[in-house]
Design a protein around this ligand. Sequence first.
Ligand code: F6R
Length: 244
Amino acid sequence: IFSDSNEASIKVAEEIAALIRKKQKENKNCVLGLATGSSPIKVYEELVRMHKEEGLSFSNVITFNLDEYLPMEKDNRQSYWYFMHEHLFNHIDIPAENIHIPDGTILGGDVIKYCLAYEKAIKKAGGIDFQLLGIGRTGHIGFNEPGSHYNSATRVITLDHITRVDAAPAFLGIDNVPRKAITMGISTVRSAKRIVLLGWGQNKADIIKKTIEGEVSSEVPATYLQQHNNCTFVLDTGAGSELT
Ligand code: F6R
């Protein structure tokens, strides 16, 4: 628990940078699972700064984003594709072909095939070395809403009402928030070798308490992280304020 989320974000960025550099020395790719939303913004800002000022290269980095709204065009300002390019990819030297973000334009029967291919691509890359997560007020990680199964893989999900309420300001009204999304599953996230979840602010305090101190249950999908052997929650004092 940090008093300041900026300081905490810099620590997380330093861990990611150290892993990228270690993999570079070993001549290996570094596979990152990435989140969008407000929580990781400062981490990305710091990684961009390290690229520009310290020469941190992302040439050996392969990324897989957690989720994307469905339907969603890439060039829509609300898309996670847009978010990731604006906050990270446009400012670093990652090869374009190394970037994977679920495609919100896939429709109909092709979606299942697409989700299976997304899982396959993660495995082919060697699995996720480091997974960055935020947490929703429903206890979702990625868009794995309450009811998500421990063994779930990348799939289409119906967004919880609370999640759509939280997204409404960005979409200028709840009616404009998509009802569905493509998300990596709980098993996809669980198979990452290292997981770091970011939680900032008082409005996350209640769900953080349930996630860390509550029983493991599909009602709060983030509780599944209790069973991961290399997972750290990085919080500020607001988000950690209800922990006993
Ligand atoms: C985003 C994602 C979500 C967010 C969560 C928290 O890719 O997977 O689980 O991490 O909704 O969002 P913020 O950080 O905006 O509070």
